[in-house]
Ligand binder design. Structure first.
Ligand SMILES: *Cc1c(COP(=O)(O)O)cnc(C)c1O
Length: 410
């Protein structure tokens, strides 16, 4: 299938250099990847793995999708960056496509997911002062416990994860935390100064936590009643991962601000965006917000291709079908360590009982050719590219069964 890659260093040298020269803010599995195609990746020794993380759902379209790579290389040879001081001929096309596909009225392009979240926070506050009439400096935003919205100071300031937050203060005021999945708690937290509720439709980093049915519908109704913006962070759940274009569709609601990123470029280039309507994004005037790289022609060309293949190649339908198949197979797993198996579309997880760690399971799966990552200590997330076939799901299941069979029983 693939010739072993020419590798300029021995595997141990990659680890040694990274360890010596890099900041240690990650603890990766010791697999050194050099090539990817669809659901597969290869390490420097030529061993093949099925990617069950998809770069945290950035590679929904599969590794190195030829149409996305073609858009990248074609645009890279023509024009990459103008800054927004000038216009470029790709931005309008990106706006048109993203608005048509997501049925949005306005878009603000950024680069990373965290920047999209920051943009939404700034926009919601400004909307609160200018439109809702909140007194200056008083705007409040409600967020959820166990949220993950990125790594900037403002964002980690309202994280409840000690690892994300401790030692990084002081933090920005103006955030209130309520339990995820509890609509009554949201309503109780709202005051006349509340401008927005920021929430993930399914909490990904928290371990694929799915809220009770009807939660988002009630949240939508509460936000309407109190004139509070609903900001849905769909950076991980969006763009097909849950078997819908956006996870909000499962409950038939629409957010006031929707944040997308990750798969917006198919994992090829950092592209994120805030989607909204004219009333909300319209509060931003020239000079009030921006980004040197946001909306650059390379990003726009890549994002258009990434959205096109997602739709034209029916990856969203495939996520729905393969997700159902994968979940039912996972549900048949029997092992004393398994506490719960859950998922929506191809956003799946196996939660272990507290006395079992997920990391050794991830290591055991790696040995068998499946790359998964634990989220926190006891949950294994399974989120392959949306192009996965039934045969590949079955292949993955054989490895998962074998890895569990080899685990200690207690
Ligand atoms: C990954 C992620 C982010 C942050 O995106 P970055 O590109 O890493 O800044 C924000 N929200 C959610 C839900 C995410 O999964």
């Amino acid at each position: 299938m693939s010739a072993p890659a020419e590798s300029p260093l021995a595997p141990a040298d990659y680890l040694e250099i990274e360890d010596r020269l890099g900041a240690h803010n990650y603890k990766p599995l010791d697999v050194i990847l050099t090539r990817g195609e669809g659901v597969w990746v290869w390490d420097v020794e030529g061993k093949r793995y099925l990617d069950c993380l998809s770069a945290y759902s950035a590679v929904n379209q599969g590794h190195c999708h030829p149409r996305i790579v073609a858009a990248l290389t074609e645009q890279a040879g023509r024009l990459t960056l103008t800054s927004r001081a000038f216009r470029n001929d790709q931005l309008a096309l990106f706006y048109r496509d993203v608005c048509r596909i997501t049925r949005s009225h306005k878009v603000l392009p950024m680069n990373s997911g965290a920047e999209a979240v920051e943009t939404a926070i700034k926009t919601a506050r400004k909307w609160g002062y200018q439109v809702k009439g909140v007194p200056a400096g008083r705007a409040e935003i409600v967020v959820c416990a166990n949220n993950f919205h990125g790594r900037t100071i403002a964002i980690v300031g309202f994280s409840t994860d000690p690892a994300a937050r401790d030692g990084f203060g002081p933090f920005a005021p103006g955030f209130k935390i309520v339990p995820f999945g509890d609509a009554d708690a949201l309503e109780e937290a709202i005051t006349p100064d509340t401008v927005a509720f920021l929430v993930e439709p399914i909490q990904g980093e928290a371990g694929v936590v799915i809220p009770p049915k009807g939660y988002l519908g009630r949240v939508r109704e509460i936000c309407n009643r109190h004139d509070v913006l609903l900001i849905l962070d769909e950076i991980q759940t969006g763009l097909g991962r849950t078997g819908r274009l956006l996870a909000e569709e499962h409950e038939g609601i629409e957010a006031d601000l929707t944040l997308i990123g990750k798969a917006l470029s198919g994992g090829v280039y950092p592209v994120s965006a805030v989607l909204s309507n004219s009333e909300v994004l319209g509060v931003l005037k020239p000079g009030e917000h921006g980004s040197t790289f946001g909306g650059n022609p390379l990003a726009c060309a890549v994002a258009r291709a990434a959205l096109t293949v997602l739709i034209e190649e029916d990856m969203i339908g495939n996520a729905r079908r393969m997700g159902a198949h994968f979940l039912s197979a996972l549900s048949r797993l029997r092992h004393p360590s398994i506490r719960e198996v859950r998922g929506v579309g191809l956003m799946l997880a196996i939660e272990l009982h507290p006395s079992f760690e997920a990391r050794p399971l991830a290591e055991a799966l790696k040995e068998r050719g499946l790359l998964c990552k634990e989220t926190h200590a006891h949950t294994l997330r399974i989120a392959p590219p949306l192009v996965i076939t039934r045969e590949q799901v079955d292949w993955a299941m054989e490895r998962i069964e074998a890895a569990f069979a080899a685990l200690p029983q207690a």
